[in-house]
Ligand binder design. Structure first.
Ligand SMILES: Cc1ncc(COP(=O)(O)O)c(C=O)c1O
Length: 504
């Protein structure tokens, strides 16, 4: 029985305990007859007063969910059933029986819990995938409220076409021109974040059993989405020049995937970009094998150094590439506006799926982004954040280099949000995650980015979210945690990962 206490919420701790036990009883995890841990034992394990647990158990008793007997303890009740007026038996729903196979395939608790921890104020987070708070162009929002209220037809508060506001799509077409891609507004659809584009691609293209190819490592949400719809997801490894096209070629000789999902520029999590040569080879291969490419490009404009590399969509002349991008990394992530560029028949099919999902992207968000683009402030803003993020990346590199840990290796991304580190060989990976959180720093473990959760020796560090002054401190905490976990294992002992349970 795992109970988690959140000390940052206003909900009293005894209510948090009551609610969690209650949910576990209702979803069948704690069956009738289950004996709850003795009050003192639970209190000790949670680091709270015994009276708090006592209060929680009293509440559960008042709800009729448990009963206590001297000498036997506090026991989950078997009379969770009542007789209805018609004489039938009423039970609380056993939720697991109702969930679809797709829902059952969608679990990634580690990340959810990690993100919860990352939100704590006492923690330096290298786990986020967002921009620094102080980089938000808040000033551009000033006056918008009045303009919104004074719009004669309040159109930003009404429905928009599923494909998005016309004027926003026009502005996106101009933006795409700057990215080297000429497209008409009929080839553009506004999305509720680019992640929705990945989800729609899964719905529109994948039937259970279809093969999908991804890079390894790859964006964890994409892996989760493809797996949840029952795709057979196959990984092609990434090296310092991106997806290894020779390996892809071998895979394509055996399998006929629906599409290849790739992040060619400043990949999440590795920060690596696909070389120009490989980009061209990938497009040629897609033509030859009649495979689509889902190009995900949230970070392409965040270039600190090196030559600009063309998006695959720019190289593609025959419409094999479906292009996704987003304002989450260059504006505000919470505004949830992304977009796709694809041939018209694809846009039409995606629009139908999107209509079923959410009708259209949030109108006010679309209106805000449109104003931002029309005012011409995006280029300036991107310049500003690139300058700052390069400084933060360099600070992270310097901090890692300063008194380096033997065996700890990292790369130098030329843009984007992430640095990819390989831990020293004998590091007990799961224990490190726990130790780092205790020492006040969090990161995303590499397992999240691999199919089947392999490759524990990598970690992803984000340098855009923590302010400059936290970066060195956070890296020092991380290095200290690595040293401490390495010191804690006898030199000859082999680590059995199954023995170590992550708590975050
Ligand atoms: C590669 C990649 N694709 C898509 C997304 C999702 O972006 P959005 O916020 O637009 O849904 C992210 C966000 O981290 C990402 O890293």
């Amino acid at each position: 029985m795992i109970i988690k206490i959140d000390r940052n919420t206003k909900t009293p701790i005894y209510i948090q305990i009551r609610n969690q036990i209650r949910s576990m009883i209702f979803d069948g995890q704690l069956p009738a007859g289950f004996i709850l841990p003795p009050e003192r034992k639970l209190a000790d394990s949670l680091g709270i007063n015994r009276s708090t647990v006592l209060n929680a158990y009293r509440e559960l008793k008042a709800d009729g969910l448990v009963d206590s007997h001297v000498g036997k303890g506090t026991i989950v009740q078997s009379h969770l059933t009542e007789v209805s007026k018609g004489g039938g038996v009423i039970n609380p729903p056993q939720w697991r029986q109702f969930f679809s196979q797709m829902a059952e395939r969608s679990t990634m608790p580690l990340l959810r819990e990690l993100l919860e921890t990352a939100n704590r104020e006492d923690i330096i987070s290298f786990a986020a995938g967002i921009s620094g708070l102080e980089m938000d162009p808040i000033e551009t929002l000033v006056g918008m409220e009045t303009d919104l209220i004074n719009q004669p037809s309040h159109f930003a508060l009404k429905h928009t076409p599923t494909e998005g506001f016309l004027s926003l799509r026009e502005n996106i077409a101009l933006l795409m021109e700057k990215r080297g891609v000429s497209c008409s507004i009929e080839e553009i659809m506004v999305l509720s974040g680019s992640q929705q584009g990945i989800d729609l691609a899964a719905r529109v293209f994948i039937d259970p059993g279809d093969v999908i190819i991804v890079e390894e490592p790859s964006f964890f949400s994409a892996l989760q989405i493809f797996q949840s719809v029952g795709a057979r997801v196959m990984g092609v490894p990434v090296d310092e020049n991106g997806m290894q096209i020779d390996i892809l070629e071998q895979v394509l000789q055996r399998y006929r995937p629906k599409f290849i999902y790739t992040m060619p520029t400043y990949q999440n999590p590795s920060g690596v970009s696909m070389s120009l040569e490989r980009r061209k080879a990938l497009i040629e291969l897609a033509y030859k094998r009649k495979v689509l490419i889902l190009e995900d490009d949230p970070y392409g404009e965040l270039r600190f150094e090196g030559n600009r590399l063309p998006p695959l969509k720019e190289i593609d002349k025959y419409g094999h590439v479906i292009y996704l991008s987003t304002f989450s990394k260059i504006l505000f992530p919470g505004i949830r506006i992304g977009w796709m560029v694809a041939p018209k028949p694809v846009i039409n099919q995606f629009a139908m799926a999107k209509q079923m999902a959410d009708l259209h992207a949030n109108s006010i968000s679309q209106w805000i982004v449109d104003r931002f683009l029309s005012s011409g402030s995006l280029d300036q803003h991107i310049k500003k954040i690139c300058t700052e993020y390069e400084i933060r990346r360099d600070l992270m590199l310097e901090s890692l280099m300063n008194n380096p840990i033997e065996g700890l290796k990292w790369n130098k991304p030329l843009g984007g949000f992430y640095l990819w580190c390989k831990l020293p060989e004998r590091t007990p990976y799961s224990a490190l995650l726990v130790k780092a959180a205790q020492n006040g720093v969090v990161y995303v473990p590499g397992t999240a980015f691999y199919l089947g959760g392999r490759e524990e020796e990598y970690i992803r560090l984000n340098y855009t979210y923590p302010p400059r002054e936290s970066i060195k401190l956070g890296v020092d905490k991380l290095k200290k945690s690595i040293s401490e976990t390495l010191d804690s294992i006898p030199k000859t002992q082999k680590i059995r990962l199954s023995e170590i349970k992550p708590i975050v």
